[in-house]
Design a protein around this ligand. Structure first.
Ligand code: C5P
Length: 236
């Protein structure tokens, strides 16, 4: 990948995405995340636009459906030639295996896109897990079980909080990727995230990649903030 800091392009129009990307120096290749908001609004056009910059793309659509539907959906997504796609681990091992089959079926290069599974959303608290979702386990236990399921299904890694990265790597090995949102610089607002860490803590906690949205996209100087986060995460 071009970078280990993935910028979440959570904008509502292609024009805003373009304006944001153009504020960065040309030539620097990025890893960016295209999520539901911009994809549902702009469709395939946004993928083509971002690809024209040469950036790597994490297409974050978090698939969750019966295995057959996920397989055929993934076969279509593989044709877009993006670099990372994802599913919800709670959809089951069978659903995750079907996702990989679909990607293999639809891939247009030798290698299929990486596929990772969302464990527990970083906006979920222990209280919500227990009282609303009736999952009578700790967040750590739930995340680790979901990560084990993802590995068994043949996925490349998980989306989780940096706070769970080490637990996952200790149990499943460093090659199993942890892609971690919920990252904030020391003085940033935490917004709607619950379980957050700084970029340097994420490095110590062994995150493979960090995903950062609002701290960069809403910064006065997004590029300077991005570089600061890269430096903190990479420990330069
Ligand atoms: O703006 P912020 O840095 O909070 O953005 C984090 C990004 O990561 C958002 O695009 C959000 O959808 C995504 N995400 C998350 N927690 C997960 C999975 C994805 O925050 N578990």
């Amino acid at each position: 990948m071009n970078s280990k800091v993935c910028i979440a392009l959570d904008f509502d129009s292609t024009a805003k995405v373009v304006e944001f990307l153009d504020s960065f120096p040309g030539g620097e290749k990025l890893l960016v995340k295209i999520g539901m908001e911009v994809f549902y609004g702009q469709g395939l056009e946004i993928i083509k636009t971002v690809k024209s910059y040469g950036h790597d793309i994490f297409l974050d659509l978090k698939l969750y459906d019966i295995p057959n539907t996920v397989k055929s959906a993934m076969s279509q997504l593989a044709k877009l030639d993006v670099d990372i796609v994802n599913v919800h681990a709670s959809g089951s091992i069978a659903m995750m295996k079907a996702a990989i089959e679909g990607l293999e079926e639809g891939k247009i290069k030798d290698k299929r896109p990486l596929c990772i599974a969302v464990t527990c959303l970083t906006s979920l608290s222990q209280e919500v897990l227990n009282k609303e979702l009736l999952i009578d386990r700790t967040i750590d236990e739930t995340v680790l079980q979901f990560a084990k399921n993802a590995k068994e299904a043949g996925l490349d890694g998980v989306v989780c909080s940096p706070l769970e990265s080490k637990l996952i790597h200790d149990n499943l090995g460093l090659d199993f990727l942890t892609v971690t949102p919920g990252v904030r610089l020391k003085d940033d607002s935490i917004d709607d995230q619950q379980r957050v860490t700084t970029p340097s803590d994420a490095r110590v906690l062994t995150s493979s990649y960090i995903v950062v949205g609002r701290p960069i996209t809403r910064a006065k100087d997004p590029y300077a903030t991005y570089k600061k986060i890269v430096r903190e995460f990479e420990g330069e």
